[in-house]
Design a protein around this ligand. Structure first.
Ligand code: SLL
Length: 207
């Protein structure tokens, strides 16, 4: 006893929240001023296009110090910041989970990409340079409060974004599911084998 309400943890559970962090950068063309050659957006999104606001209280994006007020806090979806500039740099992306998670912030970072890898690729003002990565945010032993809320949560689509047509597909979520099923099968086989070894009176030291 002695624990405060809201601090109870569900010990045998981990919550997995798939997210994608990325940047999309549009070249502003030959006439743009050299210090504002690109308009870019850094974003946090769900790979399946779901709204994440039930899990997040805010996302803090930390830009390069050459920007005015480099620390940008976003408390509502879309969780993104749009700026203009000329250079590539690492952007800090700190996820603050909803209060009932009672978890510290999750620190991610992402390199803003303005240029295609192929230096011979013609620059294009219509099609952005997109760079993004998939991450699984894992909450081990979630609070009972968060767990109950997430379990009964009905997914909603994220607000639509002008960048929607440019977001890459992520098969990672599907792959992860396949891996889980596979590792469960291996687990079942192992249990089966152990059982048979025991029945044979052999030793199970090797397992
Ligand atoms: C570099 N590591 O030195 C990089 C830093 C900084 C880019 C790039 C600022 C624009 C603005 C901007 O684009 N900074 O102040 O509006 O190459």
């Amino acid at each position: 006893g002695g624990r405060q309400k809201g601090e109870e943890r569900v010990v045998d559970v981990e919550l997995v929240v798939p997210v994608v962090v990325g940047t999309a950068a549009f070249w502003l063309g030959k006439k743009a001023d050299e210090f504002h050659s690109h308009r870019w957006t850094v974003y946090l999104r769900s790979p399946t296009g779901e709204d994440l606001s039930h899990l997040l209280s805010k996302v803090v994006f930390t830009l390069h110090q050459s920007f005015a007020q480099p620390s940008r806090t976003v408390t509502q979806p879309p969780f993104e910041v749009t700026e203009t500039g000329w250079g590539e740099f690492d952007i800090g992306v700190t996820l603050h989970l909803s209060e009932d998670a009672r978890e510290p912030g999750v620190e991610l970072s992402h390199l803003l990409k303005l240029y295609e890898d192929n230096p011979d690729a013609p620059q294009n003002t219509k099609k952005p340079v997109v760079s993004e990565f998939y991450e699984d945010i894992i909450v081990r032993q979630p609070t009972r409060e968060l767990y109950e809320r997430v379990k009964t949560h009905i997914p909603r689509p994220a607000p639509s974004s002008p960048l929607d047509p440019f977001f890459p597909e992520h098969s990672d979520a599907a792959e992860r599911e396949l891996l889980q099923v596979a590792s469960q099968k291996v687990e079942e086989k192992t249990v089966e084998l152990k059982q048979r070894l025991l029945e044979l009176g052999g030793t199970s030291v090797l397992l």
